[in-house]
Design a protein around this ligand. Structure first.
Ligand SMILES: Cc1cc2nc3c(=O)[nH]c(=O)nc-3n(C[C@H](O)[C@H](O)[C@H](O)COP(=O)(O)OP(=O)(O)OC[C@H]3O[C@@H](n4cnc5c(N)ncnc54)[C@H](O)[C@@H]3O)c2cc1C
Length: 488
């Protein structure tokens, strides 16, 4: 069996950030297992036309690796992917990578007090696991009756079929979320016809992006502190946006702005009515676009708001009995966020799976550790998502806590720790109380933030700063050493 001190699973922002943080903190014995053949995670997998981040690039990057060369205030996917690859090289992470290594099972050995990882290339034993498999990495395709009977081609936007020429084809897009509003304007001029199936109208605000000039980039590269100053200003302006999510009655101005954007871009009152959201802004992810509404008004584009009843060999039938012919169906239907497949493949103390521990809902102490799962850290675990700013900030806060835990174990000679169930429960109650009056619970929508029971197990109900302050200190009393299994 191969042995390593720390196993990181996943090589997206989280896994790469973890690797760099460990190395900088003096924990050099680690491997990063990635199922794909390249690093990058989200930014490797999602290559659809128009892909870009929707928080400013200066914030959507590591605080310890600012990039003075961003070409746009909201960078495209390829540039973010290149940035992550460059970080891997700059911080000497490449020798630690095990690409093409899917981890099939992770099980805690009570006797050895170590994790056993079954990968496609053999078994590894690790003292600590940092799980960075990503909250948005498993595409979700709705279970529509008749889908198997479709004669054309179907794919999810996170697995874009670049080999497929859409020119002149009849294309149906299911879903109008963050990815769809980015790729619809790009494919609309190319396809023969485009039918967009909308379940709920999203809130769309103008996208205030612009190219970053050569002069600005030179300043960032040469003037010490200049880029950090810009980042700090952006950080606080984004933090201010959370106010509307936490206190929905203060959302009125932002909603008025979005409705004005809709009025300006969509003169037709019938179409505008279909595109007017019926819930409070922020309840679902707010989308940024200047070209989505114009794309929907092209003569070859049709917005359908009737529910889908079934798929037939040559199209999609809605509940009103109308058949919408299609050669290709593209799903922009999001990811398995509250039901990540990885939960079935992680076994903690006594063989309990994460799926069992997370019934009826996902819980984790500080969104990072789960009672019964020793030395197992989750990056972007339950309730660490954000609607207003970069999740990289959340990951970095978590990594601070991970390093503090590792140092605590080293200092005290503990082989394994896990959160005290009482501390975990206390944290869960704190989250539920904070969540109560936010837009996600009172905004009148159903969103991917909610699990099957309607519980919000995804979003951090606060400011990124609040999370950071909470995770800055390591509280030994909230953790407990793991007992060794007695020989019988
Ligand atoms: C289209 C899109 C746009 C986004 N835009 C933004 C944005 O603008 N701002 C923002 O804050 N967030 C955004 N997000 C959220 C984004 O997912 C996170 O910001 C971030 O990229 C997550 O990084 P991660 O490392 O946690 O997960 P990922 O990037 O998903 O990486 C997880 C990695 O784990 C690997 N993996 C999974 N299971 C296994 C296994 N069993 N064995 C081995 N490897 C495995 C996967 O192959 C993947 O490479 C966006 C998400 C999407 C999908």
């Amino acid at each position: 069996m191969n042995t390593v001190d720390i196993a990181i699973v996943g090589a997206g922002f989280g896994g790469i950030g973890a690797a760099i943080t460990l190395k900088r903190a003096g924990f050099g014995d680690f491997l990063v297992f990635e199922q794909a053949n390249h690093v990058g995670g989200t930014w490797r997998a999602n290559t659809y036309p128009g892909i870009a981040c929707d928080v400013p690039s200066h914030l959507y990057s590591f605080s310890f690796a600012l990039n003075p060369d961003w070409s746009d205030t909201f960078s495209g996917g390829q540039e973010i992917w290149d940035y992550l690859s460059a970080c891997v090289d700059r911080f000497g992470i490449r020798p630690h990578l095990r690409l093409g290594h899917p981890v099939h099972e992770m099980a805690w050995d009570d006797r050895e007090q170590r994790w056993r990882l079954e990968t496609a290339h053999g078994v590894f034993s690790a003292r600590v696991v940092i799980n960075a498999t990503g909250p948005l990495s498993d595409p979700s395709i709705p279970d529509i009756p008749g889908l198997d009977s479709f004669r054309g081609t179907t794919f999810h936007s996170a697995r874009w079929r670049h080999d497929l020429d859409l020119t002149g084809r009849r294309v149906a897009v299911v879903g109008t979320g963050a990815s769809a509003v980015q790729f619809i304007p790009r494919i609309a001029p190319q396809v023969g016809s485009l039918t967009v199936f909308q379940r709920t109208a999203p809130w769309v605000i103008p996208r205030r992006s612009r190219p970053i000039s050569r002069v600005e980039r030179t300043i960032y590269r040469t003037v010490p502190g200049a880029q950090r100053l810009v980042r700090t200003a952006l950080y606080w302006s984004r933090e201010a946006l959370a106010i509307g999510f936490l206190h929905p009655r203060l959302n009125k101005r932002a909603q008025a702005l979005a409705l004005a954007h809709l009025r300006r871009q969509v003169p037709d009152p019938v179409l505008r009515a279909k595109l007017t959201p019926t819930y409070v802004m922020g309840c679902k992810r707010v989308l940024l676009s200047n070209d989505y509404y114009p794309a929907l008004q092209r003569p070859n584009v049709d917005l359908v708001v009737e529910r889908i009843r079934e798929v037939v060999p040559d199209g999609i039938v809605t509940v009103d009995g109308v058949t919408h012919p299609a050669d290709i169906i593209i799903f922009g239907t999001g990811f398995h966020v509250t039901d990540p497949p990885v939960r079935h493949h992680v076994r903690g103390r006594g063989g309990q799976t994460l799926a069992e521990a997370w019934t009826p809902t996902m819980r984790a102490y500080l969104g990072t550790m789960v009672a019964g799962f020793p030395n197992f850290f989750l990056l972007l675990g339950p309730n660490t998502g954000l609607g207003h700013t970069s999740v990289v900030l959340m990951m970095e806060s978590q990594l601070h806590q991970v390093v503090a835990a590792l140092r605590h174990m080293r200092r005290t000679g503990l082989a394994a720790i896990e959160p005290d169930p009482v501390a975990q429960q206390r944290f869960a109650e704190f989250l539920d109380a904070k969540m109560a009056n936010t837009v996600w619970t009172s905004g009148g929508c159903t969103s991917w933030y909610l699990d099957a029971n309607g519980h919000n197990a995804t979003i951090w109900p606060g400011y990124a700063t609040g999370f950071r302050l909470r995770l800055r200190r390591f509280r030994p009393a909230d953790y407990r050493p793991v007992p060794v299994l007695e020989e019988v």
